[in-house]
Design a binder for this molecule. Structure first.
Ligand SMILES: [Zn+2]
Length: 297
């Protein structure tokens, strides 16, 4: 019998604004981003206060576009003891980018974040989990750029992302060109032999909380940690409404008003920490010499 996972699970936030989301990209081209009312700073502060309230330190994947405009926010995330990781620069899907473009923007975002927090940036998450079978080469670029771990692979079938059949659990992954990283795939639970995505975001807003709780508890009962994700705009029911297709509108706006209360319930019901903390406990990463808390504001 497997032992229940008693360590922390990874809590993560992808720090981007409502207008960066792939589902709304047709309605808000990137040339219009500058004209949108920014809400990411305020919403991220609300999340920081919430995590303080529960005394939890988590991992924030910050978009380079956001870091350039709100450098103080990135410094504050680190100063409050959280792990800062990269969400790339432009939120363009990896499989729509060439290798050179991907390398250039990934390096640019990493250098900016490292400059802001004065710590190596070790972790990466692609926009919309867009490392798929067609873009596994991106893992080679990440390894070459000095990343140590990645959380971009969603082991499910979906119209925009996913590698159905990929491993469900944290593991060392070897990229096509030989680059090696630790991969923490987005969590699924096993239901009658199929995989149900249960890792957060739109799924968290869609399912009744009891279903999320039961699914995540089943992962811990399998003896495994889960990784959970949320976006700052998901706790902001007052964000400007953008016209989009019916499916995109549903995915983006469904149950925004319920999200914060559900997040509180989740923080009460499970133990959480940073991605690094979980990967160390699994012996997939060596402990770092310098604690993250040493970052200064
Ligand atoms: Zn994103």
């Amino acid at each position: 019998m497997t032992e229940v996972w008693s360590g922390a699970n990874a809590m993560t936030v992808d720090v981007e604004d409502y207008f960066h989301v792939a589902a709304l990209a047709e309605s808000i081209p990137r040339e219009h981003w500058e004209r949108c009312e920014p809400r990411v700073e305020n919403n991220t502060h609300r999340l920081l206060d919430l995590f303080d309230e529960f005394d939890v330190r988590i991992t924030f994947f910050v978009l380079g576009w956001v870091a350039e405009r709100f450098p103080g926010l990135v410094r504050e995330i680190a100063a409050r003891g959280h792990e800062v990781a990269s969400h790339g620069w432009s939120h363009q899907l990896v499989y729509e980018q060439g290798r050179d473009e991907f390398r250039q923007e990934t390096g640019r975002a990493k250098r900016l974040l490292e400059d802001l927090v004065q710590q190596p940036i070790e972790g990466y998450r692609a926009a919309s989990y867009s490392i798929t079978r067609d873009s596994l080469w991106a893992l080679d670029v990440l390894a070459e750029e000095g990343f140590v771990w990645d959380s971009s692979i969603f082991p499910v079938r979906h119209d925009r992302y996913g590698i159905p059949g990929a491993s469900r659990w944290p593991h060392v992954i070897t990229a096509p060109g030989g680059g090696r990283l630790v991969e923490f795939p987005l969590t699924t639970c096993s239901v009658f032999g199929s995989r149900l995505p249960i890792a957060g975001g739109g799924y968290f807003r869609l399912y009744p909380y009891g279903l999320t709780r039961a699914g995540l508890a089943s992962v811990n009962r399998e003896g495994r940690p889960f990784i959970f994700y949320l976006h700052p705009w998901e706790i902001d029911p007052d964000q400007p409404r953008v016209k989009a297709s019916a499916l995109s509108t549903f995915r983006h706006y469904n149950n925004l008003a319920r999200c914060e209360a559900r997040l509180r319930a989740l923080l009460r019901d499970f133990r959480f920490g940073t991605v690094r903390e979980v990967l160390e406990r699994l012996d997939l990463l060596e402990p770092r010499e310098q604690p993250l808390r040493a970052a200064s504001a």
